[in-house]
Design a protein around this ligand. Sequence first.
Ligand code: MRU
Length: 313
Amino acid sequence: MGRRNLDPEDIVRYEEDGPKVVLLDQRRLPDEEVELECRTVDELVVAIRELAIRGAPAIGVAAAYGLALAAARGDDVDAAAAALAASRPTAVNLTWALAELQDDPTPARARRLHEEEVERCRAMAAHAAALFGPGTRALTHCNAGGLATGGYGSAVGALRAAWERGLLEHVWVDETRPLLQGSRLTAWELETAGIPHAVIADSAAASLMAAGEVDCVVTGADRIAANGDTANKIGTYSLAVLAAHHELPFYVVAPTSTIDLETPTGADIPIEERSGAELTARFPARNPAFDVTPAALITAIVTEHGVRQAVAL
Ligand code: MRU
């Protein structure tokens, strides 16, 4: 309690002295605030793959700084871009950011991309807050906060904006099995912002909805296909089905850097399969990190440009 909100450069930044990319190690949160220094692209690739930094826009920002690092070191920039692009497959922000940096892989360009991503978050949060009625009790999944975007947040940004406007009463925070981005990261961010919240087991969402204790579901996104189908953290699709059953709005809040018009439908989105050891050290396991919510289950997609029905993208 009493901790200040994180500034964008607290989450990820580039330092000429080194040179290095420095990031807040999200694996250690909320118990410890420890920075991780990456002096090579290989170190940054490992940091992204092992979720020291995670969340679609944030890994895009980190990759942009990584490309600037490669150029400053005199490394092969194309090889660095290929390694960074391969670090995680689902979030399109990664390849988007690398393409943005292609002609100008400098720290200044990467910092501008970072600033613009945070500005997009503030703009979409303001649009999304307009969807909230007074006294809203929202449910969110995973972490789509400042940690996931490099500052302010997408879905959590919307919650922050709604709270500041006096429209938000309470947030249900899915713990988000198996890596607990909800109970470790989102709860930590909401606590800092002073927003009333409670962590729930993912499997508690249905009964809370049935009891009339949820007014809407708000999530981020890792990739939005051209038809509006949306990939996000595993478990998002089940929430969308539940929201439809209980006639609750299901909102996706994401910057345009998450929209991939070259991927026609959700079936074409690559879904990351992570090690089964994240689920159990004892038995065989299957561990898809993301799922796809069909556009038909999404009430609205909110970007920095405004509110859109998924099918009208
Ligand atoms: O595996 P993660 O933690 O990178 O997954 C992150 C999510 O699924 C987020 O909800 C998504 O990236 C949106 S972040 C603004």
